[in-house]
Design a protein around this ligand. Structure first.
Ligand code: HEM
Length: 236
């Protein structure tokens, strides 16, 4: 059982490394996309088409960005399961757990805000439907819709708003959380290793004490035996 928990903890650290790598890959390719991307209604679609067909390796950068962003959600969900199974309520585990949950939420947010960024038919109509759902939220729904669209209809301002949220706010939050997540898991590994070393050292100490005691006992027995021989009356 101990071996399974150990393997799960190791897996969670490896998954945290994968999550950070994916986040950094998405951030880097996102910056490369931004060199050619035009955050306007219509212009967004055109610029991504130009990137994919006319810029060398543009399609590759776009594919890597999309893959890394979507894989981050998959890895994040897997990580939650692994961390749940290897749960140990210590501050480092708790920090990793909370940062992991927020990282998944942010990754989903990045996917969501990217919906309208390519200005495709599917993205446009999906966003319209989701705006209706957001608007239905009591009290704040109307404001949220206004903030996202920047007006009554989906326009260039909407693309600019979602692009800002995606590429600045959420991307920076994702990188920060992925770093915090990995650091806290590495910290947990160190804590567990040093605790293990302390237990082994304690075990060695107990063994040493036992050995010393048995040597002393043997020495005592020898001394006693000798003195018995001296005390014994000679037969002559
Ligand atoms: C942690 C960082 C980031 C993550 C995890 C991320 C994730 C994503 C995801 C999941 C998509 C949608 C992919 C799809 O349609 O399936 C996307 C699209 C996009 N992202 Fe990011 N992104 C990040 C950073 C950035 C940055 C820094 C920029 C620009 C400065 C950027 C610009 C874009 C653009 C223009 C699109 C639309 C491209 C397309 O539809 O092919 N992203 N991103």
């Amino acid at each position: 059982m101990q071996a399974v928990v150990y393997a799960l903890r190791r897996t969670s650290t490896i998954l945290a490394v994968v999550a950070l790598t994916l986040t950094l890959t998405a951030a880097l390719t996102g910056v490369l996309l931004a060199f050619y991307y035009e955050p306007t209604a219509g212009g967004a679609y055109q610029s991504l088409q130009t990137l994919a067909t006319e810029i060398s390796n543009g399609w590759l950068i776009r594919t890597i960005h999309n893959l890394a962003g979507n894989l981050l959600i998959v890895v994040g969900l897997l990580q939650l399961v692994v961390m749940f199974l290897s749960e140990r309520l210590r501050p480092s585990w708790f920090t990793a757990w909370i940062s992991g949950i927020f990282l998944i939420l942010i990754a989903i947010g990045l996917d969501w805000t990217a919906m309208i960024l390519d200005w495709s038919q599917i993205g446009f109509w999906r966003f319209r439907i989701e705006l209706g759902t957001i608007e239905a939220i009591p009290l704040v729904g109307g404001y949220l819709r206004q903030i996202l669209t920047g007006g009554d209809s989906i326009s260039t301002v909407t693309v600019a708003h979602l692009y800002t949220l995606h590429s600045y706010v959420l991307a920076i939050a994702a990188v920060t959380l992925a770093i915090v997540h990995l650091v806290s898991l590495v910290f947990q590994e160190r804590e567990i290793n040093s605790e293990g070393a302390a237990v082994t050292a304690k075990g060695d100490r107990v063994d040493l004490d036992r050995t010393i005691r048995s040597v002393e006992e043997q020495q005592g027995a020898v001394v006693m035996a000798k003195s018995n021989r001296v005390d014994a009356p000679s037969e002559a």
